[in-house]
Design a protein around this ligand. Structure first.
Ligand SMILES: Nc1ncnc2c1ncn2[C@@H]1O[C@H](COP(=O)(O)OP(=O)(O)OP(=O)(O)O)[C@@H](O)[C@H]1O
Ligand SMILES: [Mg+2]
Length: 367
């Protein structure tokens, strides 16, 4: 039996637990705290930025993988040097960890991107603002998630604090018609599997809703997105699940927003929506097992996130929509925090969406 070590104890690690049991894999988690979402498998509670803690954790596992991309590069390199199988490996991961590196490498590979630049001074920001309509997006290169580290900027002074910490990524404000995400899984032997591209909805930079497949009258988008995902996974030698976040422009082009080399919020919908979920597939890929089928099990699957707090007193109301699935991450309530999601499946996209939204609304509690 292979033992997987997951660094990070969030909901992504938590949702790997079920598939690991089904596949007969042992799953161990290095969690930030004893209250982490994946606490049931937390064999170590400690700091993923501490080399000794991580090396000690890795000692009893066959493969290391990740719940987030914030593990310092030096630690990933030290793991590899110690002979640990790290999947995805350092070469691929460093691209996902730093948004400036990601832009540069994707550009070198010839993939379609928003117009971008790097600012080191406020004068650089002013120049980019002037060249891009006076309204741009600034991004902190590292450490961002859920829209933290992303800002709409109209004046260079807004970026001053970030510039004090180092270079800042600047991007044109893309006038996208919608956002999509292409999920890909890749084995060490190079086999890939792509799910149909999904449509994602973000509010204030945070994913709120995902529809599988992305509604489209034009199947070309599905093929183009799948090919783009496959190429990026191959180009970067990714092992495991890769999410490619995309902007679709009004003239039908796809631009790459960012990459995540792990299961991703846009793929939670595959748990009920697909023959093989992203969590099972990630485990298969990192263990070099054959990949599972990515076909949909229903015409439509819609996932809606629940933020802040879940009202557990309302479990009885699941009876109102017995075919909608609830996922509770067991996290402490906090304003804006992702604490769970619901997924509905069906044969009509509008009806499936409204059933998912209704159940998310029932369980959402303000804090
Ligand atoms: N260049 C851009 N033009 C227009 N909107 C953008 C641009 N870049 C980002 N956004 C918006 O901000 C959201 C968050 O940006 P991004 O995905 O880079 O940040 P993040 O915080 O790392 O996200 P995640 O939660 O996916 O890790 C995007 O999904 C999109 O809605
Ligand atoms: Mg994003």
């Amino acid at each position: 039996m292979q033992t997987i070590g997951v660094i990070g104890g969030g909901q992504l690690a938590r949702m790997m637990i079920g598939p690991a049991i089904e596949l007969g894999l042992e799953l161990k988690v290095l969690a930030e705290s004893s209250g982490s979402a994946a606490r049931d498998r937390a064999t170590t509670v400690g700091d993923f930025r501490d080399l000794d803690t991580v090396l000690q954790f890795a000692r009893d596992v066959d493969v290391i993988t990740f719940d987030h991309e914030h593990v310092p590069t030096a630690i990933i390199l030290a793991l590899e040097k110690a002979g640990v199988a790290v999947r995805p490996g350092s070469e691929a991961l460093t691209v996902a960890q730093d948004k400036i590196v990601m832009r540069q490498i994707l550009e070198d590979l010839g993939h379609p991107l928003p117009v971008w630049g790097v600012a080191e001074t406020t004068a650089d920001v002013e120049g980019f603002l002037a060249a891009n309509g006076g309204r741009i997006i600034a991004k902190a290169p590292r450490g961002g998630y859920d829209g933290k580290g992303v800002a709409v900027v109209t004046e260079s002074v807004q970026v001053q604090e970030w510039l004090a910490l180092g270079p800042v990524l600047m991007e044109e404000m893309v006038d996208f018609s919608r956002e999509l995400a292409q999920l890909v899984a890749r084995r060490p032997n190079g086999d890939t599997a792509m799910w149909p591209v999904v449509e994602t909805t973000q509010a204030n930079g945070v994913c709120t809703e995902v529809t599988l497949p992305a509604p489209t009258g034009d199947d070309r988008i599905i093929e183009v997105a799948a090919e783009l995902g496959r190429q990026i996974a191959n180009d970067l030698n990714v092992t495991g699940v890769l999410a490619v976040e995309l902007f679709e422009t009004p003239d039908g082009r796809l631009l790459v927003n960012e990459l995540a080399m792990r299961p991703h919020n846009s793929g939670h919908v595959t748990i009920e929506g697909s023959v093989t979920s992203q969590f099972e597939q990630h485990l298969r890929a990192i263990c070099d097992m054959p990949l599972g089928a990515t076909d949909s099990r229903h015409p439509w699957a819609v996932m809606v996130n629940v933020f802040g707090a879940m009202d557990l007193g309302r479990y009885g109301r699941l009876a109102e929509s017995s075919d909608v699935k609830l996922h509770n991450y067991g996290k402490e309530p906090r304003a804006g925090r992702k604490v769970g999601h619901v997924t509905a499946t069906g044969s009509d996209v509008a009806d499936t969406t409204s059933r998912a939204r209704a159940v998310a609304e029932i369980f959402h509690a303000d804090i």
